[in-house]
Design a protein around this ligand. Structure first.
Ligand SMILES: Cc1cc2nc3c(=O)[nH]c(=O)nc-3n(C[C@H](O)[C@H](O)[C@H](O)COP(=O)(O)OP(=O)(O)OC[C@H]3O[C@@H](n4cnc5c(N)ncnc54)[C@H](O)[C@@H]3O)c2cc1C
Length: 442
């Protein structure tokens, strides 16, 4: 391999992690990012590793697959995890971050690396002789998707939505209250309680509210009519509501474990708001990804007790989310099978989620660096979440390939029974994963 450095395209979660893994191994990196010259419809900040929607990186516990993935990444010197731990905001059992500080931490840390060269440009092709990691994300610009088309891989797409953010000072705390579910940990969430009557009124308005127009590029013909293909984990609240009157009460509006201090009882439904920043000046509506028009968001979400006069810092939006038909195209290091010096990383490979995207960047960046250094490729075992995700992306499942969050279903089964129920079993899987990881070379 003649290349002495690598090129990473896209300074998102995956690209930053991939670049860091190479720099960490002494391999110089050129990082190509189109911001601030051009922004995708969901990116607004000039900084790297921008979180486009929720500020939550989800569960922290090792008995949860995404919690285990985070710990695996910490043990592989992940920059994304270092930044997340340093900029954490209280969020019960989840790891949530101050998005501004998080992006700033990563941007500064990378900018301080003498072996990193940053190029601000929209990239539409790569040098075939260079070791390259493409990590341009689910909203990759057209120049990049056109280039990918020349490589012989199909792109698939579905839709992802972002939830609105409101100013804390505009929340009516005479009606809303701070509490955590079952009183566990600190009272980190704002809770907006609803009676049966309030819920009914909100529900009726939500299911009939006006949705934003679909752009031509956001239109997908299915069965002869235009429909949105949405990812279950990021489903717009109005689409979820249409599944039935009580669906939201078993989902994002579930009241179990929450007691309204004013009535001493469990409300009929509860909308939760999670801190956006450490100062607690902004909160997002948990599970309220939406495709409603902005005036409808103000009107319908204003029916939530406590949010009558809410001031929106950002409205919810919905965007196309493109990923590759990776099985058979990529190997289990995220390298293109017939072009070993070209790697992909991030959401565009078919992993789903912030941490999953960064995790794939870690594997791709490690292997791109190893290729430059003349070392063997490093396949993470399927007993780890990092390895299981790479195996899923390169091998697929049954039927149409769809994006996948980290989960224990894709990890190699334990092969023996564990007493103590699901948590004990997951903890045993986690222990095995961390042992396997410790045995891997740098
Ligand atoms: C609207 C939306 C909401 C989402 N909400 C969540 C959520 O709440 N929680 C969650 O876990 N996941 C969410 N996701 C999914 C996913 O986790 C994020 O998209 C995540 O940012 C993906 O990381 P990435 O590194 O693959 O891409 P990104 O973080 O998007 O990074 C890609 C980078 O590449 C740059 N780029 C694009 N094209 C080019 C080009 N041609 N040349 C140079 N640079 C280019 C972009 O400017 C960007 O900086 C959401 C996705 C979308 C689209």
């Amino acid at each position: 391999m003649s290349s002495k450095s690598i090129t990473v395209v896209g300074a998102g979660l995956a690209g930053c992690e991939a670049a860091w893994q190479a720099l960490h191994r002494g391999v110089p990196v050129t990082l190509v990012e189109m911001k601030p010259l051009k922004f995708t419809p969901a990116h607004h900040s000039e900084k790297f590793a921008e979180l486009v929607c929720s500020n939550s990186l989800r569960a922290a516990a090792l008995s949860n697959a995404v919690g285990l993935l985070k710990e695996e990444m910490r043990r592989r010197s992940s920059l994304i995890m270092e930044a997340a731990d340093a900029t954490r905001v209280p969020a019960g059992g989840a790891l949530a971050v101050d998005r501004e500080l998080f992006s700033e931490y990563i941007t500064e840390k990378l900018r301080a690396c003498p072996d990193l060269k940053i190029v601000n440009a929209e990239c539409g092709s790569v040098d075939p002789d260079e070791v390259t990691v493409i990590a341009t994300g689910p909203l990759s610009s057209e120049a990049m998707t056109d280039f990918i088309g020349t490589l012989g891989c199909r792109g698939l797409h579905f839709f992802d939505a972002a939830a609105p953010i409101v100013e804390f000072s505009s929340v009516n705390m005479e009606k809303a209250f701070f509490a955590s579910r079952y009183g566990k940990g600190d009272a980190d969430y704002i809770n907006c309680p609803m009676t049966r009557e309030e819920y009914g009124r909100f529900y009726n308005e939500l299911v009939s509210a006006k949705e934003a127009e679909l752009h031509d590029f956001d239109r997908e013909a299915q069965n002869g009519k235009d429909e949105l293909t949405v990812f279950e984990g990021c489903m717009p609240v109005e689409i979820m509501a249409r599944r039935g009157f009580d669906t939201l009460r078993y989902g994002p509006l579930k009241p179990v474990g929450i007691t309204d201090p004013r009535t001493g009882t469990e409300p009929y439904a509860v909308v939760q708001l999670r801190k956006e920043n450490n100062e607690g000046t902004m909160y997002n509506l948990v599970g309220f990804q939406t495709h409603l028009t902005y005036p409808e968001q103000r009107r319908v979400f204003g029916l939530i007790p406590g949010l009558e006069n809410a001031s929106f810092v950002r409205y919810g939006t919905m965007h196309r989310n493109t990923y590759l038909d990776s099985p058979g195209f990529l190997d289990d290091t995220y390298a293109v099978k017939n072009r070993k010096n070209l790697f992909f990383a991030g959401q565009m490979t078919g992993v789903e989620g912030y941490i999953e995207s960064a995790g794939s960047g870690l594997v791709a960046g490690t292997n791109a660096a190893r290729l430059v250094l003349g070392e063997e490729k490093l396949i993470f075992p399927r007993t780890t979440v990092l390895g299981a995700m790479a195996a899923y992306v390169s091998g697929g499942g049954i039927g149409r390939f769809t994006p996948m969050n980290a989960n224990f279903g894709i990890v190699e089964p334990l092969g023996h029974r564990v007493k103590g129920g699901k948590t004990a079993k997951n903890e045993a899987i986690a222990e095995r994963a961390l042992e396997a990881l410790a045995a891997l070379p740098e």
